[in-house]
Each structure stands twice: as C-alpha cells, then as structure tokens.
Design a protein around this ligand. Structure first.
Ligand SMILES: [Zn+2]
Length: 115
C-alpha cells in the first residue's frame, strides 16, 4: 500500500469540485479544471455488498460505499472482513493498491479502509 490521496478537479468557472474527473463540469458545462487535493479521510454515507464482482477481481465479493469527502461524494471500494464491520458515519482512509487484473495487467486504484 502507498500513501496517496485522491485528486479532485475544480471547475475554473464555477468552482464545483469533481471526483473522478469529468470532461465537462456537471454544473456549468465548462471544460477547464484545476487539480485540488481531496481530504485524506472520508465519511461513509451508505454501503452495499457486491456478490458478483466483474472479472479480474480476485475476491468473490466486495463492498462498495458512497463516501463523503466534503465537497464531493463518490462511490468507492471498501476493504473489510465482513459487512458487520461497516456502519454509516464511520471514517475511511484511501489506500492505493492493486484492485483488479485486466489482460494480465495489474490495475491499481483507491481502496478505502477504516481509519
Ligand atoms: Zn463549473
């Protein structure tokens, strides 16, 4: 695991922050953004267990949650032993790691763990 935090994309016109990046601002449709650091900790709003993950994912199920990062909310993968370890309002921290294998290549992404 590597220490790294998600990068948000702030619209230069209206200031709305996007994560992940969009081609156009969801608010004003402009295309110019600047990169901003997002918080290194988020709050779990809601979650679910995916029991049929896409191919290339090693585990038989995974947890997805909507994570509040202050100015943005996004859907992320959460790593815990079982769903009983998850509760709304808990704090989560992003970790950059292998998430999936596509065409024999390792693909990394953020996985959120309890803080
Ligand atoms: Zn905008």
């Amino acid at each position: 695991m590597t220490e790294r935090t998600p990068t948000g994309f702030k619209c230069l016109n209206c200031g709305k922050i996007h994560y992940p990046r969009h081609g156009r601002c969801l608010e004003c449709k402009q295309r110019e953004f600047e990169e901003v650091n997002l918080p290194s900790e988020g709050t779990l709003i809601t979650f679910t267990q995916l029991k049929a993950p896409p191919s290339g994912i090693d585990s038989r199920s995974l947890f997805l949650g909507i994570i509040d990062l202050g100015e943005v909310r996004y859907t992320g993968q959460i790593e815990v032993e079982d769903i009983g370890k998850l509760h709304t309002g808990m704090k989560l921290t992003p970790h950059w790691k292998h998430v999936r294998t596509i065409d024999n290549r390792s693909v990394s992404g953020f996985v959120w763990l309890p803080s």
